[in-house]
Design a protein around this ligand. Sequence first.
Ligand SMILES: [Zn+2]
Length: 71
Amino acid sequence: MPLYKYVCPKCGHEVTLLKKISDADNVVCDVCGSKMVRQIGNVGVVFKGNGYYVTDSKKTSSKKEAVKSKS
Ligand SMILES: [Zn+2]
């Protein structure tokens, strides 16, 4: 299970939790009860091979033709 960092948009309270993907959006602030927002890329978890990286390289492929051969 990946580690996620959550920040409360209302009071700024931060927590880091181990969550399943399916549970990842259901985090409530301990302090004020607001729904917390997940922060991606702040915990040291790298999202390679999750579709995240592929989407990014598609964008840059218009600049660099060398990436073309990857498909
Ligand atoms: Zn809060």
